[in-house]
Ligand binder design. Structure first.
Ligand code: ZN
Length: 687
């Protein structure tokens, strides 16, 4: 899969399903800078024709205005995040850290190497850094080097060794033997081809190359374990003397050395915690790393979701996308501070107002809604599973029972949302939108995107309730179409309410702007879905959010399930290219309302037959002619498919051994940053 978007991790607010909110290329932006040393915005592109990755540098505006204690807290949490960064590589593949270290060592000893070989090795190393190993972060398929060959790698390794490079060699292993061992993983597409295989009918453990299981293990081995081991978040399963041997991630256990460094900095952070709740959270996390006891991580999660502090962080084994069973967590760390949450908080405070105005029957409306913690933040760093490829928002924790009993926390990563290349944005608007729409998308696309995300998260997922007669969770009743239905429903809530006067009242935009923001939201939403067609190798949509968008597009174009409505939405051909044409915005909104009522009724009643029918009809198939057209236009413009980020660097100012201030700098490219992170892996020196 080629992904044009930044997956935005969000779990629904009140329902229990996980979701990735996706980011469209049209809405990416980056602050423009004139200073040569400020590494912000587009730094480089990777891949043939630059089509694989856009590498963006992000700033964290507002850092300087924070208090001294907050900056010190951020510094220590930053180091705690960086200390765990390489754990994710080891979890991804058993040789990933070795490959990373080997090619970094070659790169560090490449002075005087022939330029072609040096460039080929460096290019591959960037993919290893971005993906934390030899597999694409999103598709889990092996990424082969663009230019590096076996011969070049051998020459480069020998060249580097002659200049003092140190390679980790196994007992009695020569460099040649090491290259022989790693070669097939790097160069052979048929050796360990898939990192995470979830195809129905396959032994998902035996056929996945991910390093959470010894390669000899099968599904049967795991299923024969006691349930408490099967549900464990922080474990790797080894095979010893013919038996499954669990290895727990903890100090003194697997990743003990990394977690010691992580804990060293968490302990340093502890006295600077901004609230008692936050302090208890950090302490619970330290206990978790010391003992490996997952109950401590659950306690951390409760303290974390209740903490509404300026400085916030994630640290732990959190998302489970890499595990074919979706149970074991991947290490991720970050640190952020609140940017401006005024508007999202006002929206959260009015959740009940919007609930009352939902178009569906009263019996499916909530009577009261508890206000969740919702913050818009700037991230200072993201590591492991969440960087350099970043989510744009998240809603955690993942534990369903904790969400039910304690709620969850919404975090929107503002500087990630706003990072983009102006050149790509301009090119996208000019290529894919009808001339009449370019101005409105240009001027109001950002505002539309902002409110689409806020409403999707805060009043979308959180809305509605099941029919009194439904005895099970709607997710269980609906089954395979549930995730798509839930994402679609949340999007429809945003599209439906963007016309509401309450948004003007709370300061989202002026009354005069509202019509343009609404038009921009519909245009970017509908055209954005057609633009995604370039990622589909066949004519099918598989990802939950994309199925939701495809359903809305198809429903509006075809005039509902009976096909007898006019929802004012067309796809037209102009000069051989296809474009969305919004003939009548009012009618389109009418269609959105009709579909929203339909989906809420299906959800509330747990009607799996109707859910399957509506998605199979509108939400899965794409028009191959439109797809081919979009692909050709994207290829002509050389648009990158995915984004990777470079984060700020922190420089502590010391007085004796005490940090008295912290400077935030944006002066690194991807290479400088990743080499620094590798150097800091087991390093507890300050700075
Ligand atoms: Zn969502």
């Amino acid at each position: 899969m080629n992904n044009v978007m930044i997956p935005m991790l969000c779990l629904s607010l009140l329902s229990m399903s996980a979701c990735r909110y996706e980011k469209t290329m049209e809405t990416q932006k980056t602050p423009v800078t004139q200073e040569a040393r400020r590494m912000v915005g587009e730094l480089e592109r990777l891949g043939k024709n630059g089509e694989d990755f856009l590498v963006l540098g992000v700033d964290a505006p507002g850092f300087d205005a924070l208090g001294q204690r907050q900056k010190v807290l951020i510094y220590y949490l930053y180091r705690a995040a960086v200390a765990g960064h390489v754990i994710a590589d080891d979890q991804n593949h058993r040789y990933a850290v070795e490959i990373r270290n080997m090619i970094e060592e070659i790169y560090r000893h490449s002075d005087g190497m022939d330029e072609k070989t040096k460039h080929a090795a460096h290019d591959y190393l960037k993919y290893i850094w971005i993906n934390h190993g030899p597999y694409d972060h999103d598709s889990h398929v092996k990424t082969l080097p663009n230019y590096l060959t076996r011969e070049m790698l051998e020459q480069a390794a020998e060249f580097a060794q002659a200049r003092g490079a140190k390679f980790e060699l196994r007992q009695e292993e020569t460099l040649a033997a090491k290259l022989e061992r790693l070669g097939p993983i790097i160069f052979d597409p048929n050796v360990d081809p898939i990192q995470t295989n979830q195809r129905e009918g396959d032994d998902i453990i035996a056929t996945s190359a991910v390093n959470l299981y010894d390669r000899r293990l099968t599904q049967r081995h795991i299923q024969s374990l006691p349930v408490e081991w099967q549900q464990r978040l922080n474990v790797r399963f080894a095979m010893e003397s013919g038996k499954v041997a669990p290895q727990v991630y903890k100090i003194g256990g697997l990743y003990g050395k990394d977690l010691e460094s992580v804990s060293f900095f968490l302990k340093k952070a502890l006295p600077y915690a901004e609230s008692e709740e936050q302090k208890l959270g950090i302490q619970a996390l330290l206990d978790y790393y010391a003992t490996g006891d997952e109950e401590k991580f659950r306690q951390y999660s409760i303290h974390w979701l209740r903490s509404d502090t300026v400085v916030d962080y994630l640290n732990g084994f959190i998302e489970t996308y890499m595990d074919p069973r979706s149970v074991i967590g991947q290490f991720a760390g970050n640190v952020s501070f609140v940017a401006d949450s005024t508007l999202i908080e006002r929206l959260a405070a009015n959740a009940l107002y919007f609930e009352k105005k939902m178009p569906w029957q009263d019996e499916f409306k909530l009577e009261k809604i508890a206000k969740p913690v919702a913050n818009v933040v700037n991230v200072v760093v993201e590591t492991g599973d969440s960087g350099p490829v970043s989510p744009a928002a998240y809603n955690l924790p993942n534990y369903a029972d904790l969400r039910r009993d304690y709620g969850s926390k919404n975090i929107i990563l503002l500087n990630i949302e706003e990072a983009r290349s102006e050149k790509i944005r301009e090119a996208t608007i000019n290529e894919f939108y009808l001339p009449d729409y370019r101005k409105v998308v240009h001027e109001f696309g950002d505002r539309a995107r902002q409110w689409e995300v806020y409403m999707h998260e805060v009043i979308g997922h959180g809305s509605g309730k099941p029919a009194a007669s439904l005895r099970v969770d709607p997710a269980v009743a609906i089954g395979r179409a549930y995730s798509s239905l839930e994402e679609c429903r949340a999007d429809l809530v945003a599209l439906y309410h963007v016309f509401d006067p309450k948004l003007v009242e709370i300061g989202a935009f002026t009354g005069a702007q509202q019509g343009d923001v609404a038009r921009a939201m519909y245009l970017t939403y509908l055209q954005g879905q057609i633009n995604r067609y370039r990622m589909y190798d066949d004519d099918f949509v598989r990802e939950a959010h994309q199925r939701g968008s495809q359903l809305i597009l198809g429903y509006l174009l075809e005039g509902g399930e009976k096909g007898n409505q006019d929802y004012g939405t067309r796809v037209i051909q102009k000069d051989g290219n296809y474009y969305v044409w919004l003939e009548d915005l009012e009618k389109a909104r009418h269609g959105v309302g009709d579909l929203l009522v339909r989906l809420q009724t299906i959800k509330s009643k747990g009607d799996s037959t109707a859910a399957g029918r509506v998605f199979d009809r509108f939400g899965t198939r794409v028009n191959p002619e439109w797809r081919n057209n979009i692909r050709a236009r994207a290829a002509r413009l050389k648009l990158p498919n995915k984004t990777a980020f470079v984060f700020p660097r922190l420089e502590p100012i010391l007085k004796g051994s005490e940090i008295v201030d912290v400077k935030l700098l944006v002066d690194e490219d991807l290479t400088a940053q990743q080499l620094r992170f590798s150097r800091l892996r087991f390093n507890t020196q300050i700075p």
